[in-house]
Every structure is written in structure tokens, then in C-alpha cells.
Design a protein around this ligand. Structure first.
Ligand SMILES: [Zn+2]
Length: 704
């Protein structure tokens, strides 16, 4: 996943109390950080620095924007568009740190500030986008854009600003603008509530187990860690199993006790919808209704229609078609996989029907029977440092010529965070990369990338980017051994990091990952290909104790099983994507009152209501779409994967892992950020449009 930096454009906002207080120089956000590449001075930043920096940042930007809007001189590209791109530096500095740390390392002060800020920032952004004088200047320039002799990136920037303003409501009447502001402010607050509930609910839903026996199947180390986690919560003698973001939970793969599996999955599925303080049902209904009302105000039939217009997919028909076409073959695959699982259960005289809590456990047995290996055989070969340095980094060196050097002199916000200098092929510094790999109770689930500093030639900035994962931290002195999925996530997130680090654009609006949401997962997915590329795998997949390479037979089996369990994977993903679309394709007067009832009817209608495969996220903990930037956009992973699979084919056709291929991909795609139409960019890279066949082939959806 990629986490959009708060895209803040400021406005005139009355800031209570602080209106005259400029930021004291002692506030670390008052000036650009003097650390390399403006790396944030994490050691100097205190909780109480954020609020004043935000208030002053909004105020400064409001003043900058007022100056642009009220300029007596006729509008020019420089005095209007470029001036806006330069505005808001302070706000950008504070929001790039706060925005990320409130996901990666939150605390009560952060949460309180987030609740306070969300509506203010939304009002702030509205006041700019709805500033009539400013819009008039943009419109004047836009109408004569062909005569301005702008270079292609500048012309696109002008068009982009015009579109952004129109989509933000610049053409509305004054009364409707007021309505819009109210919607935006309420929605900002509700999204904050939603994500805070998800984190608190995940912590509150951790499974408490009384005896070691109930955890049979888990390693002794994992059970000890569960005991320590319980003790830390004052439940000495018991065991605590944390809940991860997705519906599926990693321990389900190994737990032999069916009741424990059932309890763990039930706890995961019930999140946000069983009453209590962190129930998200009412929040979801309010968000869905307000989004639909806002879309109607802006002239769209639904929130999805509004969102998709600005994506490469363009409209709901295109998305519904893709999801609809894939659903049946995916569920058919899942049913076949379930039959294989049932055969194992029956052979063991289990005496029960395969259910959702059994899938991961028994699918591993099917894997063992069919390919003669199980997930646990892989883990000793996937030690974190090996995968990172000799896999992820090594691949980037082979493909793009970039190199890495860890440094310990820069401050971090948490002792586990690691920092690397990244050098280009010519030896010059390209970027700084941060890796924050371990799970914590104050870190939201899942994995994501963000930029602390975005690249821009206009501002003279180079990228400082970070990857965040949620790998369970082993006991002190123990190695961090990754599952197959965790290793893949490491490659995936680094693909986003490359997109940020290779950015070579003039304007911040187009830096790195600022591309359509259904395109942004494409470069990250492409980077996953190197995980199992033989030359790379040989280089990193070494036994953590003996250093022995992964045996060739095991490696071959890993490759051969690549399509294994794809029916499950595709179905759970499609179910979540369909939920996202259905919630957001509703007009306001059709928003239901029963969240779970609506959810089941949607899944049934779409033919993806196959009980052993629940959606990857259920509505009430689906942060991507109710709190993150993926509303009506979760389908984008699959949309991007079409490009990804077609690109993997291109690499393979052209000799695979070679610098010339990496350089072409970097130059044509990874360096361009949002400076071009995404599909045009793809065409120039590939020489044609993407075909769907490589995706169908990969997902095992052909001839189904
Ligand atoms: Zn991603």
C-alpha cells in the first residue's frame, strides 16, 4: 500500500489564540531541517511542537495564497501556478512527519491532535480550492493554455490545477460551497474516528488463551512471546495473540486446535461491529451517506463515479466489468481448492466441513502433499536482514545500479527504525531510505510507504522515503524470520520506495507516487517479481544458521506453487473490492441502515459469498476505503496488476534482469511521477497498451 501524504493547500483560516504568534525558532519545524536531504530532526520533535507548527503553517500558507489571489498583476503561470506550488512549506514539513507518525508510532497526544486537526485541515484546503479570485486566475490561464508556450510538464500542471479546483467545487454557487465545506469537515472528522476505532479495536480484540495446549502448532518462541504479551497487559499466566489488519490471521496457518482457530477468526471478523466503544457501524453509515451527498452536490451520481472519473479506469462501468468478469472464475477456483482441502480433512477423519478458520491450516497440508513443502520450511531462509540487503537491495543494484549504506548517525523516532543512504549508479546520493519493519501496538496494521521529503527540481529537494511493515518482533537475540507473504511485502513496499526515489520531476504536485490511485500499485507490484527471480533468490535465501542456500528442490517447488491458492487470494480480494464499490456506488437515499445485512446481500448478489473465503477486509475494519485514500479505489490493486503482469512479461521477453531493462523502466516510468497521462506513459514504456492475458494466466483464471 502507498500512503498519500496529506495533500494540503491552504486557505484563510481563523486560528484561535495563535493568530499573531509566529513559530518560535526553537520549534523544529520552524525552518528546513539542516540534516542531510532535510531529513526530519526526529530527536528534537516533541509532541507539543506539532500543534503550533500546524497552526502557523496554515496561517502562512493562507497568507501566501491570499497574496497570489489578490495580486493586481495579470495572472501568469509563474505568479499563480508556480507560486502555489511553492506555497505551504511549513505546513508540508509538519504534515509529512505528523501524518506518517500518527500511523506508525501514535500516542494519545497524536490522537487528540488528529481529531482536532482533521476538520481544520479540511477547512483549510477548502478555503483555497473554493477561493473565487484564485480560481478566476487559474481559469484565465487554463483557457489560453495553448498560447502560453509552456513545456509539457508545466502545461500539465496548469491543467491539473484546473481539474483539482473544479473537482473540489470551484464552480459551485456560494451557498453550495458552504454545504461542501460542511461535508468535508464532517468527513475528515469521521475518517479520523474510523481509523482510531480500528486501531483500538484491534488491540481490544487480541485473543486471550488460558493454556499452552490451546496454542499447539505454534512454535515455542511464538508461544513465549504470547505469554509475554499477556503478562505485559497484566494477565500473567495467560497468552495473548495479536490481531493483524486483514481478516485472515497468520497463526491460523499453524494452530492445530480447531476451537482456537475458530475463536481467533471470530474475533477478527467481529471487529468494529459487535457493540462497545469502538463499533464502526454508525461511522460507516455516516461516511457513506455524506460522501454520496457530497458527490451529488458536485454533480455526480455517486461517490464512486466522482472518484473514478479521475482514475485511469474512468467510470464505474469499467470497474464493475473487471470485477464481474473475474468473480466467477475466481470463486470456481476457490471451490476447487476447498474440495482439495476437504479431501485432506476427510482423509484425516476430521468429521467437519472446511470453514474459513480451517483454510490456511489445511491449504498448507495440500501444499505439502502436492509440492512437498510447507511454509515453515521457507522461514529459516527468509531472515529479515538477508531478504532486505541481499534480496531487495541487491535486486535494485542489479536492475538499476543503485547502492545502499546503512547509517546510524541520524535520529529515529523509534529504536527499531533503520536508515540507509541510497546512491545512484554514478555514486551521487539519490535519496535516504527508512525501514520501520516491526509491529507495535501503537502502529496501524498493514504495510505502507510514505515520503518525508518529496523530490522536486523546483524546490531543490531530494527524496526521503520510508517503508512500514508489521512483522512480529522476535524475542531479544532471536532472528527475524519472515513468512513468504512478509518477504513479498518487503519487495512490494520497496517498489513504492523506488517510485519515490527515482522521481525526476520539476513540480512537487507530480512527485513520485502522485499518480492515479489505480496506477500507484503498479510499480510496487512489478518489484515483487525479483523475489523469486532465480539469481536474486539464490543470493538472499540462505539458512540463517548455516548460511546454506535454499535447496534447489525447495526453490523449484516455491516457483511451481506460485499459482497455488490463487482462487482464495483472488476471491477474498474481489469480495473486498466489490464491497468498496457497492458502498460507494449508492446514491444518498439508498444508503442502508444495517451494515452487516448490506454486506451479506452485496456479496451474495455478486456471487462471491463463498463462506470459507470471507472478504479480505469487512466493512467495519476496511481502513483503506473508510479512512485511507482508497475509497472506491480498492479495485486498483488488480487494475495495476494487469500492467504489472504485462510488464513482467516485457522484462522476460527482453532478457530479464539487466541494467538496460531497468534503465528503460526507470526512465520511461518510475522517474516520471504524475507528469504525464498514466496510460500514455505505459504505452511509451511498453510500445503498446497492456494486455489482460498475463494477469489471467498468473491468477490461474484462464479457461475457467
Ligand atoms: Zn502497495
Amino acid at each position: 500500500m502507498f500512503r498519500p501524504k496529506l495533500l494540503v493547500i491552504a486557505a484563510s483560516l481563523a486560528v484561535a489564540g495563535l493568530a499573531n504568534a509566529a513559530l518560535p525558532a526553537s520549534n523544529p519545524f520552524a525552518a528546513e531541517s539542516t540534516l542531510p536531504l532535510n531529513y526530519p530532526a526526529f530527536d528534537k520533535i516533541k509532541n507539543e511542537d506539532y500543534g503550533p507548527a500546524y497552526e502557523e503553517g496554515m496561517k502562512q500558507q493562507a497568507a501566501e495564497i491570499a497574496k497570489i489571489a489578490n495580486n493586481k498583476a495579470a495572472p501568469t503561470f509563474d505568479n499563480t501556478i508556480v507560486a502555489m506550488e511553492r506555497s505551504g512549506r511549513l505546513l508540508d514539513r509538519v504534515s509529512s512527519v505528523f501524518g506518517n507518525l500518527s500511523g506508525a508510532n501514535t500516542n494519545d497526544a497524536f490522537e487528540a491532535l488528529n481529531r482536532d486537526l482533521a476538520p481544520k485541515l479540511s477547512a483549510h484546503s477548502d478555503a483555497i480550492r473554493l477561493n473565487e479570485k484564485l480560481y478566476a486566475r487559474i481559469k484565465t490561464l487554463y483557457d489560453k493554455r495553448d498560447k502560453l508556450k509552456l513545456d509539457p510538464e508545466s502545461k500539465r500542471l496548469l491543467e491539473r490545477y484546473h481539474t483539482d479546483f473544479v473537482r473540489a467545487g470551484a464552480k459551485l454557487t456560494a451557498a453550495d460551497k458552504e454545504k461542501l465545506k460542511a461535508y468535508n469537515s464532517q468527513l475528515a472528522a469521521l475518517s479520523t474516528t474510523f481509523s482510531q476505532n480500528v486501531l483500538k479495536e484491534a488491540n481490544a480484540s487480541a485473543l486471550v488463551v488460558d493454556t499452552r495446549e490451546e496454542l499447539a502448532g505454534m512454535s515455542d518462541k511464538a508461544i513465549d512471546a504470547a505469554a509475554a504479551a499477556a503478562k505485559a497487559k497484566g494477565m500473567d499466566g495467560k497468552f495473548l495473540i495479536a490481531i493483524a489488519n486483514t481478516t485472515g490471521q497468520a497463526p491460523l496457518e499453524v494452530l492445530t486446535n480447531r476451537t482456537t482457530r475458530e475463536r481467533l477468526l471470530a474475533s477478527s471478523l467481529a471487529r468494529g461491529s459487535h457493540g462497545g466503544d469502538f463499533d464502526n457501524r454508525e461511522v460507516v453509515l455516516k461516511i457513506a451517506k455524506l460522501r454520496a451527498e457530497r458527490a451529488a452536490l458536485l454533480g455526480y451520481s455517486s461517490h464512486a463515479a466522482y472518484q473514478l472519473e479521475d482514475q485511469t479506469a474512468h467510470d464505474t462501468d469499467a470497474v464493475n466489468k473487471l470485477l464481474g468478469e473475474l468473480s466467477k472464475p475466481a470463486v470456481n477456483n476457490a471451490r476447487k481448492e476447498s474440495a482439495d482441502i476437504q479431501a485432506v480433512i476427510d482423509a484425516e477423519k476430521g468429521g467437519f466441513a472446511n470453514a474459513a478458520q480451517d483454510w490456511a491450516f489445511y491449504t498448507d497440508k495440500v501444499r505439502q502433499a502436492r509440492y512437498a513443502f510447507d511454509q515453515n520450511q521457507l522461514k529459516p531462509y527468509f531472515e529479515l536482514d538477508n531478504v532486505l540487503k541481499n534480496g531487495v537491495f541487491y535486486a535494485a543494484t542489479k536492475v538499476y545500479g543503485i547502492t545502499f549504506k546503512e547509517r546510524k548517525d541520524l535520529p529515529v523516532y523509534q529504536p527499531d527504525v533503520r536508515v540507509f543512504d541510497v546512491f545512484d549508479a554514478d555514486g551521487k546520493q539519490l535519496a535516504i531510505f527508512l525501514g520501520d519493519f516491526y509491529a507495535r501496538s501503537n502502529k496501524r496494521g498493514g504495510a505502507w510507504m510514505n515520503a518525508y521529503v518529496s523530490q522536486s527540481k523546483l524546490l531543490g529537494t531530494k527524496p526521503v522515503v520510508a517503508n512500514h511493515l508489521n512483522i512480529p518482533k522476535p524475542a531479544a537475540g532471536e532472528p527475524t524470520l519472515l513468512t513468504y507473504d512478509e518477504a513479498r511485502t518487503l519487495f512490494h513496499e520497496f517498489g513504492h520506495a523506488l517510485h519515490g526515489m527515482f522521481s525526476d520531476v520539476k513540480y512537487p504536485r507530480f512527485a513520485g507516487t502522485r499518480v492515479p490511485r489505480d496506477f500507484v500499485e503498479f510499480p510496487s507490484q512489478v518489484n515483487e517479481m525479483w523475489m523469486t527471480w532465480p539469481e536474486i533468490l539464490n543470493n538472499y535465501a540462505k539458512h540463517y544458521q548455516t548460511g546454506a542456500p535454499m535447496p534447489k528442490e525447495l526453490l523449484d517447488k516455491v516457483q511451481a506453487s506460485a499459482k497455488f491458492n490463487e482462487g482464495f487470494r483472488t476471491t477474498e480480494y474481489l469480495a473486498a473490492s466489490i464491497l468498496d464499490q457497492r458502498w460507494h456506488q449508492l446514491p444518498a437515499d439508498k444508503i442502508p441502515t444495517d451494515v452487516l445485512g448490506f454486506e451479506s446481500s452485496v456479496l451474495k448478489d455478486a456471487g462471491v459469498d463463498f463462506a470459507p473465503v470471507p472478504p479480505r477486509y469487512r466493512t467495519t475494519y476496511f481502513s483503506h476505503v473508510f479512512a485511507g485514500g482508497y475509497s472506491a479505489g480498492y479495485y486498483g490493486y488488480l487494475w495495476s496488476e494487469k500492467l504489472d503482469a504485462d510488464t513482467v512479461e516485457w522484462f522476460t521477453e527482453n532478457g530479464g534482469m539487466q541494467r538496460k531493462n531497468g534503465d528503460h523502466f526507470r526512465k520511461a516510468l518510475l522517474s516520471k511521477g504524475g507528469t504525464m497521462d498514466a496510460m500514455q506513459m505505459y504505452r511509451e514504456f511498453r510500445g503498446r497498451d497492456a494486455k489482460i492475458d498475463p494477469l489471467l494466466e498468473r491468477r490461474g483464471l484462464k479457461a475457467n
